[in-house]
Write a protein that binds this ligand. Structure first.
Ligand SMILES: Cc1cc2nc3c(=O)[nH]c(=O)nc-3n(C[C@H](O)[C@H](O)[C@H](O)COP(=O)(O)O)c2cc1C
Length: 304
């Protein structure tokens, strides 16, 4: 029986539902010797803001039980640097490129989105809202519903590209944020970003990250992410991308059954760059063995 893995993610046509999570796969070329990029559902590149930016002081990562903490500080080449240095390479590949964007102000988000609108070869924008708003007292955009709506409205007005707001996990009601995204004209939502967290070296009594706090990712957050994806998917009719601790086909299938239309592999890329490939093959096998022809057949198929 033929299994068709292709999906349409809010206007982005993908060969299969498995993408790479932002910040864990560079901008693509870094992994090109290890992974056939054309086999991926999509590549989501590391977060890009308006101007080039350096990251935080080391240590920027720390290993913890079943996961890692990071506070890399969103270094990057800025819009022009990314387009100049990476887009010629990415355009030569047959894989949708989703650019993860962020800003320090509403205006910056809108400008980054507007600049990407005319760039050939960009399939869509993922909007990272897990960063502080420097104008309004460093409140994080993604955890305040009003600020979140303002970012999305500003970005929506700035670009016709498909938009995928990436939801922060540390909110009291994820459904409100998913609905706000849909109401603002988002084409899909992705979740979750890493979970705010902290670890301390008890010998030195210092935080293990120079930034003091960071984001927790990896298998430790997967059950949290599965629940949030389930809640978000029930609240909206736009597609949901499930992210959080996926390192096997079984992990990805949990998200699809919970209601995600696609998934992204993050931290697992650091230990096994072949993870996305294994996940794609495993989803195909699962569908075939269960007698399904399309991915959609199992999306949200949770039995309660
Ligand atoms: C080192 C590192 C860098 C990341 N950088 C970004 C980023 O630039 N933008 C973003 O939206 N998410 C970023 N993330 C979050 C991931 O895309 C993902 O949402 C999170 O790690 C959960 O998935 P995982 O458990 O599979 O890693 C980063 C994660 C890690 C571990």
């Amino acid at each position: 029986m033929h299994v068709d893995l292709s999906i349409n993610l809010g206007g982005i046509r993908m060969k299969n539902p498995v993408m790479t999570a932002s910040g864990t796969f560079g901008y693509g070329p870094e992994y090109a010797d290890l992974v056939n990029l054309d086999t991926l559902g999509a590549i989501v590149v590391k977060g890009i803001c308006l101007e080039p930016k350096t990251g935080n002081e080391p240590p920027r990562t720390a290993e913890v039980a079943s996961g890692m903490l990071n506070a890399i500080g969103l270094p990057g080449p800025g819009v022009d640097g990314f387009v100049r240095e990476y887009m010629p390479f990415l355009r030569r590949h047959d894989v949708p490129v989703i650019v993860n964007i962020w800003g320090r102000t509403l205006e910056e988000y809108a400008e980054v989105a507007a600049r990407f609108s005319d760039v050939e070869g960009i399939a869509g924008l993922e909007i990272n809202v897990s960063c502080p708003n420097i104008k309004e007292g460093s409140q994080v955009f993604g955890t305040h519903l009003d600020l979140f709506r303002k970012v999305l409205d500003a970005v929506r007005a700035a670009t016709p590209l498909p938009l995928i707001p990436k939801l922060a996990p540390d909110v009291s009601n994820i459904a409100d944020f998913a609905r706000a995204a849909e109401e603002s004209g988002a084409n899909a939502v992705s979740l979750i970003n890493s979970f705010p967290a902290m670890a301390i070296d008890i010998k030195t009594r210092k935080p293990r990250l120079a930034n003091i706090t960071g984001g927790l990712s990896g298998p430790a957050i997967r059950p949290i992410a599965v629940r949030l994806v389930w809640l978000a998917a029930r609240a909206v009719s736009i597609p949901v991308v499930g992210i959080g601790g996926i390192s096997s086909p079984e992990d990805a299938l949990e998200f699809l059954i919970a209601g995600a239309s696609a998934v992204a592999v993050g931290t697992a890329n650091f230990t096994d760059p072949g993870t996305a490939g294994r996940v794609i093959a495993g989803i195909e096998t699962y569908l075939r063995e269960a007698g399904h022809q399309r991915v959609d057949d199992i999306v949200g198929s949770l039995r309660i």
